[in-house]
Design a protein around this ligand. Structure first.
Ligand code: ADP
Ligand code: MG
Length: 728
């Protein structure tokens, strides 16, 4: 442990807040370090500029000659900004980002030093990536991976390095990262949604998914974090007696932001703004020392990159302010954990939000089409969507009565619920002129353009419609949004594709008008997807029972939740939508299961170390003090000491019992780990860790927390909850 509790407390109390100069307007800072359209116009040839634009818009390929021109322009810009290095910036399956820097600097054969960066280096690189998880895809040594430029996410300069967003794939083409499947899913939703949007507006050429995340996090003094072995190694406190005060007074939520934190936030926001991350909102969250940051929403791929970049930048800026950021979903027991709401919608290149009700019945029919299809998609693939947010750390949160339950359901609010109920009554086949008028005037026409105030009421729903977007609330604070976004966009793409086929068939074969056909298909979807709609209390026990009756999945832990990834239905869905092959699905599942096992293994080891090397020794030290005291009392009082020392003897006894108990539980946990490690498949290992190892974490914790309550404060080695959570 780098610091003792007492050193850390002294250090943390000496801090003062840094002064951040807010020079220049934020709008002037925006994108300063990004190779965006404005820079491209300045630094690229017209031909190169147009090629990049069309790659972004149509996904067209950029040939080698053009890539050379783009590289030349990027290099000139980067060097003018003081950059010395470049890197391909990618998202291996570990969940964070990876980079390997190369200098622009090079020596020509004649010995002359130059700054070099060409198309080949821009387009493709081969990191020595043999240590990244690949779930068996790269099990032969020839099959190495390479990174390839993603022109849809602009390059940026961080410190002195030009960062080029890339995908990471095996030579055989399989994705070794989270970005490649996301890009394929976004392509699928573009195709499917554009086809459907054209029913309503022939001019639509492209639909992109939009994402606005809301990032929750804890911010703690760096010294205090460093004093806790568990926080440093696992990101959460494995033991710790709850403080007398938690969040029950709600006095932190939306309260005044402490000055030290405000300095950190301003500094962070300025850095983000320069990097083109459109940060907008900041506030205190529910738990003490918990905060939230949210940007303006963006195209989903860019938004995912920006969230990952934000997390990297946050850690660095926090360090500058002597803070440490905790992204773990449940760093502290007994108070709220952190999530990352994913607000999602679909937008056309004509500037229309497809999940926003409009001012005319036709616009509302378009809205209803996308709205009902999303509901239907989530209903069909609820278990798959749940799997996208599964992780060892998020397991602590889902279903813990503060975050949505592990059952997926959709909240749409009463008003839209009524509209769907009415649509359920639409006649089969052709509609009479009266019925059409009635529908247009009184049902579809009555949806108010602004629904915001009528919806966002149910905070317990994992998938809520909030006026002009859906909000997925179970995503973990640490999770790469690419995972839920890949699955959500894939399932909606599949649903819209099926919808279009059905509508077209009704038009062609049954001679229905387009709006009649749409009404007919939507009616059936509304009927068959009812079970996913739930407006009640998602935290209640009744919902668990009701969900079982509705045959909704309720996978409470990661090993269970991940099984569905390789089911027959999932494999054919991802194949149909060209998003992931069976090999990739298996590999990604394996990597997730491995990560689960590693997380629990590390937690188990750290807990064992804490018990044997910190907690038991502290208990023994206090025992010795008590024993010395009792011995002294015996000398003075003789046989009467038993009465005089009754309290001490009683505490001694309790400490003895807890030492016995915590030691025995820790030994059993270690034995359970040993047995789990010896199992033959990753699936069995993950299940054993989940069912046989993890339960000990809680029972060990109970013993440790009891000891913490008994032992003299000056002897307790681990920084306490009240010290971590209420230090400002
Ligand atoms: P809260 O959940 O904290 O009450 P909101 O529900 O207003 O806040 O969430 C705002 C978030 O929703 C922001 O991150 C914003 O970027 C995002 N958002 C708003 N409109 C859209 C949209 N059309 N597509 C995706 N995200 C959106
Ligand atoms: Mg929200």
């Amino acid at each position: 442990m780098p610091k003792t509790r007492f050193e850390a407390l002294v250090e943390s109390r000496k801090r003062s807040h840094a002064k951040i100069e807010e020079t220049g307007k934020r709008s002037e800072l925006f994108g300063k370090n990004v190779f965006n359209e404005e820079k491209m116009r300045l630094f690229l040839t017209k031909e190169a500029f147009e090629n990049v634009k069309s790659a972004i818009f149509q996904g067209s390929k950029i040939d080698r000659k053009i890539a050379d021109q783009v590289a030349e322009g990027m290099k000139a810009w980067a060097i003018s900004m003081g950059a010395t290095h470049y890197t391909h910036w990618f998202q291996p399956l570990t969940g964070s980002t990876a980079e390997k820097h190369d200098a622009f600097f090079d020596i020509l054969p004649e010995g002359m030093a130059v700054e070099k960066f060409d198309g080949a280096q821009l387009v493709q690189q081969e990191p020595d990536a043999s240590s990244f998880p690949s779930g068996g895809i790269r099990n032969t040594f020839e099959a190495r991976g390479y990174t390839a430029w993603d022109p849809t996410s602009p390059a940026f300069i961080y410190k002195t390095t030009l960062c080029i967003p890339t995908i990471f794939v095996a030579y055989t083409g399989e994705a070794l990262d989270n970005k490649a499947p996301l890009l394929r899913a976004l392509h699928a939703i573009d195709e499917a949604a554009t086809g459907v949007a054209q029913y309503f507006d022939k001019n639509v050429r492209k639909v992109h998914a939009t994402l606005g995340w809301e990032q929750e996090y804890f911010l703690l003094d760096k010294a205090l974090v460093q004093s806790r072995l568990d926080l440093v190694m696992t990101g959460r406190t494995l033991v710790g007696n709850l403080a007398a005060k938690g969040q029950q007074l709600d006095d932190h939520y939306f309260g005044v932001i402490p000055p030290r934190v405000l300095s950190f936030m301003s500094d962070l926001e300025r850095e983000c703004t320069k990097l083109g991350i459109p940060v907008k909102t900041r506030h205190n969250e529910v738990a003490p020392n918990q905060f939230e940051l949210a940007p303006v929403f963006e195209e989903a791929n860019l938004s995912v990159d920006h969230n990952l970049l934000l997390m990297d930048v946050m850690e660095e800026i926090a360090e500058r302010h002597n803070f440490a950021v905790l992204f773990h979903e449940k760093p502290f027991a007994g108070i709220n954990g952190s999530g990352k709401h994913n607000n999602w919608s679909l937008a056309t290149d004509t500037g229309v939000n497809l999940l926003s009700p409009g001012s005319t019945p036709m616009k509302n029919l378009q809205f209803l089409t996308f709205f009902v299809n999303t509901i239907k998609a989530v209903d069909t693939y609820e278990e798959l969507l749940r799997s996208s947010i599964a992780s060892a750390s998020n397991d602590h949160r889902l279903g813990a009565n503060e975050a949505p339950p592990s059952i997926l359901s959709i909240f749409i609010g009463e008003q839209l619920g009524n509209v769907l109920d009415e649509l359920e009554g639409v006649s089969k086949g052709k509609l009479s002129p009266q019925e059409k008028t009635e529908l247009k005037l009184n049902v579809v026409g009555k949806i108010p353009e602004i629904l915001l105030d009528n919806t966002d009421r149910n905070r317990t729903s994992p998938f809520a419609f909030t006026g002009n977007k859906f909000e997925m609330r179970g995503v973990g604070a640490k999770t790469n949004c690419a995972k839920p976004m890949t699955i959500l966009n894939t399932i909606v793409a599949k649903q819209l594709t099926d919808f279009k086929k059905e509508v077209d068939a009704l038009i062609d074969k049954k001679n229905l008008k387009k709006d009649e056909a749409v009404f007919n298909v939507l009616r059936e979807y509304i009927k068959t997807s009812k079970r996913i709609r739930f407006d009640g209390d998602g935290y209640g026990m009744e919902w668990q029972d009701e969900a079982r009756r509705r045959k909704l999945s309720n996978n409470k832990n990661t090993p269970e939740a991940l099984q569905v990834l390789t089911s027959k239905e999932s494999v054919s869905l991802f194949k149909d939508m060209d998003v992931m092959s069976e090999v990739e699905l298996k590999a990604h599942q394996e990597v997730e299961l491995e990560a689960y096992v590693f997380h629990l293994q590390i937690e188990g080891r750290v807990l064992g170390e804490m018990v044997y090397n910190h907690i038991i020794p502290a208990a023994i030290r206090y025992q010795n003090i008590l024993l010395e005291n009792v011995g002294g009392l015996k000398e003075v009082y003789g046989a009467a000491h038993k009465k005089v020392a009754e309290g001490q003897l009683n505490i001694l006894e309790h400490i003895g019992e807890h030492i016995m108990e915590i030691k025995s539980l820790t030994d059993k946990m270690t034995e359970a780990r040993r047995r789990a490690n010896n199992l033959s498949t990753i699936n069995k290992k993950a299940q054993a860790y989940c069912n046989n190892v993890k339960p000990y974490f809680d029972t060990i914790r109970v013993q440790s927390d009891k000891l913490e309550k008994l032992i003299a404060d000056d002897l307790w080695p681990l920084t306490k909850y009240r010290e971590m959570l209420f230090a400002k």
